[in-house]
Structure formats: structure tokens, C-alpha cells
Design a protein around this ligand. Structure first.
Ligand SMILES: [Zn+2]
Length: 269
């Protein structure tokens, strides 16, 4: 085992996957988990995201007691029911989404975020139910709705059709919210893939993305093997999607809160 130099414990430094620099973790954290060398946006846990975007102590969590179930008794390498327990222990979350109500620079919003750390942020019944209820509450309260997606997993295969139907369920709730005149701001972070990209993540009235996020439906290799064509280097990035009209604006993480407040004011007044 390689010992870290000069007694620096492991975990104090992180290797930036983009510029390969060794970054002092504390320094990255002070910059909203952004690389101080190259602006690479590192992963942010749901709880930190809430702190970054909402006014201090303003978040009131909803539906926190919803628990995932292994309805199909699904087994891949691990039995799903055991996987749930392990993921809950690892993350301290019941499932991959946290939703509730809070304030952004004094503006009341319904806020939801999916967390990659819990089964790649995949959308099973609990994530779908929490997001659908968020849209319904936003409709009832007539508040702006903000969903931050950090879901690499898309639909959660361990829940089979029950997870696929969440795409339709959340979309339908967002449709009713839209018809009621609601404002839905979608924030795409790295990664936003599969059934999440194919449903709520790309249904925003305004779609913002963090720089350099991977966003798409099928993975790059799958598409390449299917169409047998070379894909552009920036394929399935925020920048590529902005160029092609799927993303409205790319916003640096440090500016997200201000940008959201500005958009709410612009759209609501
Ligand atoms: Zn970097």
C-alpha cells in the first residue's frame, strides 16, 4: 500500500478527473466543489446542494419517510432488498431523492434534488413518487418548482416496470402543473442520463446545466455501436446540448442561486 507523503492523510486531496491536478479538498469545498485549477464541477451530495442553493435553514423536507420496496424480489449480483439496506447505510438517505420547500434569496420554492450516491441516482418508485408529489404540491401552493437532477442511472432496473412508469407519472404531474401556470426550472448536473433525461430533467420551462455535465439518453458506446458513426468529442455534454437547443443556459455552480432568483423574478412578474 502506498503511503501518502509527509503524513497527509488520504482524503485531504482529490484528483481532478479533468485537469488531473491534486486539489486540496477543503479548497474545492470552499468553491462549491469546483476544481480551483480548471473549474471542473465535482459531485455534490443532495444535502450540500440544498445548502448551496437555498437560504440558510429554510429547507423543510417533505415525504422523508417514503421507503423503497423490493416488489419484484429482484436479484442481480445482490438481492435488491439487501442493496437498499446497504445504500441507505452508505448514504444516510432512504432513497435517491430529497424534496421539500425552501427559499431562494427570499423567494419561496418547491425544491427537489436527486443524488448520484444512492444507486447512481436512479429513479425507482420512491424517487418518482417524491417528484410527482413535489409537482402536485407546487401546483397546489402555486410555487415555482426546481428539480436538480444528478441521476446517472435513469430508471432503476431493479424495480422493472414499476420504475419505468415513474417517467409517465412524473411527466403527467408536471403536465398538470404546467397547465395550471406553474414555473418549472430544471437543473441538469453531471450525470443526467437514461429515463431521467427522457422525462422530468428535459421537461423544464427553463433548462439550466452545469458546465461539462454528461447529459443524454443511451450511453455514448451504445449509440456508437448502433449507428456505427464517429460521434463528436463533446457529444452528450452541457455545451453540446446548449448548441443544439436542449439546454437554455450553462451556469457555473457559484452563480446558480443568483440565476434561479433572477429567473423566478423574470418569469413570475
Ligand atoms: Zn481540474
Amino acid at each position: 500500500m502506498s503511503k501518502p507523503k509527509r503524513g497527509v492523510p488520504e482524503g485531504l486531496w482529490i484528483r481532478c478527473p479533468s485537469c488531473k491536478a491534486a486539489v486540496f479538498r477543503k479548497e474545492a469545498e470552499a468553491r462549491h466543489n469546483v476544481c480551483p485549477e480548471c473549474d471542473h464541477h465535482f459531485y455534490v451530495p443532495a444535502r450540500d446542494r440544498i445548502q448551496q442553493l437555498l437560504d440558510e435553514d429554510s429547507f423543510e423536507e417533505w415525504f422523508a419517510d417514503l421507503q423503497p420496496k423490493d416488489a419484484l424480489e429482484f436479484k442481480d449480483r445482490v438481492v435488491y432488498s439487501q442493496r437498499i439496506v446497504a445504500e441507505q447505510a452508505k448514504t444516510g438517505m432512504n432513497d435517491a431523492a430529497v424534496v421539500g420547500r425552501g427559499y431562494i434569496r427570499g423567494r419561496a420554492v418547491v425544491f427537489a434534488v436527486t443524488d448520484f450516491a444512492f444507486m447512481a441516482g436512479s429513479m425507482g418508485s420512491v424517487v418518482g413518487e417524491k417528484l410527482a408529489r413535489s409537482a402536485e404540491e407546487a401546483t397546489r401552493l402555486m410555487l415555482p418548482l426546481i428539480i436538480v437532477s444528478g441521476s446517472g442511472g435513469g430508471a432503476r432496473m431493479q424495480e422493472g416496470i414499476l420504475s419505468l412508469m415513474q417517467m409517465a407519472k412524473v411527466s403527467a404531474a408536471l403536465g398538470r402543473y404546467d397547465r395550471a401556470g406553474g414555473l418549472y426550472l430544471s437543473i441538469l448536473t453531471n450525470p443526467t442520463m437514461g429515463g431521467v433525461a427522457a422525462s422530468f430533467a428535459l421537461q423544464g420551462d427553463v433548462t439550466l446545466a452545469e458546465p461539462g455535465a454528461m447529459i443524454g439518453f443511451a450511453g455514448r458506446r451504445t449509440i456508437k455501436n448502433t449507428i456505427r458513426l464517429e460521434l463528436p468529442g463533446d457529444f452528450q455534454t452541457s455545451e453540446f446540448l446548449l448548441k443544439h437547443g436542449f439546454v437554455d443556459r450553462i451556469v457555473h455552480r457559484k452563480d446558480l442561486r443568483t440565476e434561479l432568483a433572477r429567473l423566478i423574478d423574470y418569469c413570475e412578474h
